[in-house]
Design a protein around this ligand. Structure first.
Ligand SMILES: [Zn+2]
Length: 444
């Protein structure tokens, strides 16, 4: 029997040009699909009515670059540079992290994302020395009910060297399409130096790939123009998500656009850790629709409001003329940034047909943001309020495929259980890896 939910009376910002923005509008959900976006729908046949008055109703946010397992390292690298991070975190951690730590980090990170209105995440799962680590991460994603592109990687190659035939067979087995996965899709997260076997495997399995590309990381590895090199080897492939690209040339960004690839920008982390300048403005100039990612909560915030504001302020600052008397005419708008965080992200994940906008026929992934709170009222321009003023505290209700993960401001998770999990994981990592990479267990 069809389950019907009516989301009533919100200010709908659909991010679909054909649907537009509709004040005082209803959304009818049938099972996991959006059936209608219209004012005045009849509530009589609805099994459940969600009162969305005094809220902006948005498509769920899509995070296109996030290492969920690293949630267990929250805040431990806030001052660190990328070069320093490579030495401290990647030096010892791959040998300390157990499958239960991957489970804990992924579960905590996915619930954190849902709490913030992120309904889809590209999980760049790059620590998987064993099958058990990967299965633990996938199990955690399933338990939270988030939509995810699980991009499997093992960039540290701890026990099973990346690129080896043994690794390839294991990835084949892991990523073999699974009929029962309603919310998960699968892809590959490449490790440097991007061997041809990686690309061949992604093509063979017909799954998307993602990689860190063109990043400044002085102290860890020399700068390289990865995209030019890949292009010279004929390896650029449609649907690939290139993360950061902070030192990519304009010609490299154009190569991504021309090959049907996508750019993922993690503006907060890139600026704080010294990856280089976020490429929002330059990517737009080359015809790319950027998407946004939190990357690592060991160094930065895990919500999309922070990413949107970092992206907006940095990209606008990039276009301020050097001449203080020259007029300032920024092209980028708050709505553009909201598009990066929704439709842009969905396109990058290869999920543009099913999420990223409130379009009849797409999955019912939606978020309501309260506009009657102290930091969001009065909401003269709802898009402006979402991008400039709203925060996680104003995220009221979050649906993924029509299923509530947050309702009336309350996350539908076992919070005491998550606290225990976080405390145990921090204690284990502290024991095995020491102060440099793990939170003190006493801090939970
Ligand atoms: Zn990353």
């Amino acid at each position: 029997m069809t389950h019907r939910i009516l989301v009533r009376g919100g200010h709908v910002v659909s991010m679909d040009d054909a649907v537009g923005d509709r004040p005082g509008c209803d959304i009818l959900i049938e099972d996991d699909l959006i059936a209608a976006v219209e004012p005045g729908l009849d509530p009589a046949g609805a099994d459940e009515v969600i009162d969305a008055r005094d809220t902006v109703v948005l498509p769920g946010f899509v995070d296109t670059h996030r290492h969920l397992w690293m949630t267990v390292l929250r805040g431990t690298q806030a001052d660190e540079t990328l070069g320093g991070y490579q030495q401290t975190v990647q030096g010892s951690l791959p040998f300390a992290v157990q499958p239960q730590d991957v489970y804990a980090g992924t579960l905590l990170g996915a619930w954190e994302a849902l709490n913030a209105g992120i309904t889809t995440v590209l999980d760049y799962a790059h620590l998987n020395p064993t099958l058990e680590h990967a299965e633990a991460g996938i199990r955690a994603l399933r338990e939270t009910g988030i939509r995810a592109l699980y991009a499997h990687g093992s960039v540290f190659g701890v026990r099973r060297p990346w690129g080896s035939p043994e690794q390839a067979e294991y990835v084949r087995e892991l990523l073999r399409p699974r009929q029962d996965d309603r919310l998960l899709t699968f892809g590959i997260a490449f490790g440097a130096p991007y061997g041809e076997s990686d690309w061949a495997l992604a093509a063979e399995l017909d799954v998307p790939a993602t990689l860190h590309a063109c990043v400044r990381s002085a102290g860890a590895w020399p700068a390289s123009h990865t995209i030019e090199e890949l292009n010279a080897r004929g390896l650029l492939r449609a649907g690939t998500v290139y993360s950061h690209c902070t030192i990519a040339t304009d010609a490299e960004l154009k190569l991504i656009a021309d090959s049907g690839g996508h750019v993922s920008v993690s503006p907060y982390v890139e600026m704080v850790m010294g990856h280089g300048r976020p490429v929002i403005a330059r990517a737009l100039a080359q015809g790319l629709l950027p998407s946004l990612g939190a990357d690592v909560v060991s160094s930065g915030p895990g919500d999309m409001f922070s990413q949107m504001r970092a992206a907006f302020s940095q990209a606008r600052a990039e276009t301020v003329p050097d001449d203080p008397d020259a007029p300032y005419r920024p092209g980028l708008t708050a709505r553009d940034v909201l598009r990066f965080a929704t439709a842009g992200g969905a396109a990058a994940c290869g999920l543009g047909d099913i999420t990223g906008s409130l379009t009849p026929g797409k999955r019912a992934d939606l978020v309501t943001v309260r506009t009657d709170q102290i930091n969001t009222m009065p909401a003269g321009d709802p898009v402006g309020v979402v991008v400039a003023n709203a925060d996680v505290s104003t995220v009221d209700t979050v649906l993924v495929g029509g299923v509530a993960r947050k309702r009336d401001g309350r996350l539908l998770a076992d919070l005491p259980g998550l606290r225990d999990l976080a405390r145990d994981a921090a204690a284990r990592l502290h024991r095995h890896a020491g102060n440099s990479v793990a939170a003190h267990p006493g801090k939970g």
